[in-house]
Design a protein around this ligand. Sequence first.
Ligand code: UDX
Length: 447
Amino acid sequence: MKIAIVGSGYVGLVTGVCLADFGHEVTCIDKDQSKILELERGVVPIYEPGLSELVNANVAAGRLTFTTDLPSAVGQAEVVFIAVGTPSRRGDGHADLSYVYAVAREVAEAVTGFTVVVTKSTVPVGTGDEVAHIIGTVNPEADVAVVSNPEFLREGAAIEDFKRPDRIVVGIDDERAREVMAEVYRPLYLNQAPLLFTDRRTSELIKYAANAFLAMKITFINEVADLCEAAGANVQEVARGIGLDNRIGAEFLHAGPGYGGSCFPKDTTALVKIGQDFGSPMRLVETTVSINDQRKRAMSRKVIAACGGEVRGKTIGVLGLTFKPNTDDMREAPSLDIIRGLQDRGAKIVAFDPQGMKAARLLVEDVDFADSAYDVAQGADALVLVTEWNEFRSLDLERLKSLMKTPVFVDLRNVYRPHEMARHGFSYVSIGRFDEDIGERVSNAAE
Ligand code: UDX
């Protein structure tokens, strides 16, 4: 099939390259000429494991091309994916749909023959109706079916998630699109991924409901972690104990510094707004948003408490800056709130992240960037592990301790074991774990 993808950002690029890998003929479109030139040379602008190899292989096989020429690519395509950004609108938290609608207008003028136009971007309920309306107004001759096909892939595991999804959701209001979308995803039947057809509005809502539910799940275990600290229990065992119940499930129960990234914060806020718009408030999600915001800020207070209540003039080393490992994405990363909170209290920050420092330099001020975890430890009064990159999982603890001024270690991802850290002589604070060997509790509530 001939497929055009409008928007060669994260979702567009992964979608395009994976569909090309399925054997489709794919053209990825972007307005940014320099990005397209780079991609043509095989240079992928984002860090995502396996992506550049897959881009190069499919370009070499002649199935994947890049262009800035939307009319030509869309004119030839049977299926057009809209995969441009839907950032939070400044001020009101609504999803900003101006890019989606601008693309809809351009697509309307370029389509030839029956074309399925798919919104891949995360868009509020009713956006598909508006896209269809725009296309019909701009070009009444256009023969299109507008489809909703939300993307559930995770950064850092994007290709794997695309090729082995738990499900594919396709929202259609025009029966002709069913067969076309089934053909697009036919190679995935081999992986037995269920293809769930719904109406368009339902499909649009599924994406928000899924992300909000996961954000709630994380926020729930984070609150349980606080309770564990106060009550003298262990959140990891609570998570295991409840996760073994199939109705709850074991995933997304890792307590930490709060969720970040390009999706959960934006989509939860947008769902709150959607609920308000329809007069059907999403109260659990509203509360989730505010708890998570508070939590990110509370993490700097946890570090200050671990440092004996004072960080003025102290050097705090930060291990990991990105919102999660295996990405260079710094959007809404908890590290940003933690660093600002510590700087506000007079701490000096040294930080290292395997992939995130380029983006971080644009977002934080007065931070010294180091070359490794051990560089960060040099002379530090405390270390804070914020992102659980693999290379932080097996640090040489003796070496680390010998480099530090005082061996205080705050582990916001529960990577290490309390008794192990105590054995190495660290004053160790983690999330939601009360360790009797150490006899120490640090409660967020008490700070
Ligand atoms: C998420 C959804 O998982 C994906 O389906 C959707 O398409 C986009 O949003 P992503 O933003 O890439 O994907 O990250 P994810 O791996 O889901 O993690 C989101 C945040 O939650 C991270 O900050 C992570 O550290 C945090 N998290 C996740 C926890 O704190 N605990 C957990 O148990 C899981």
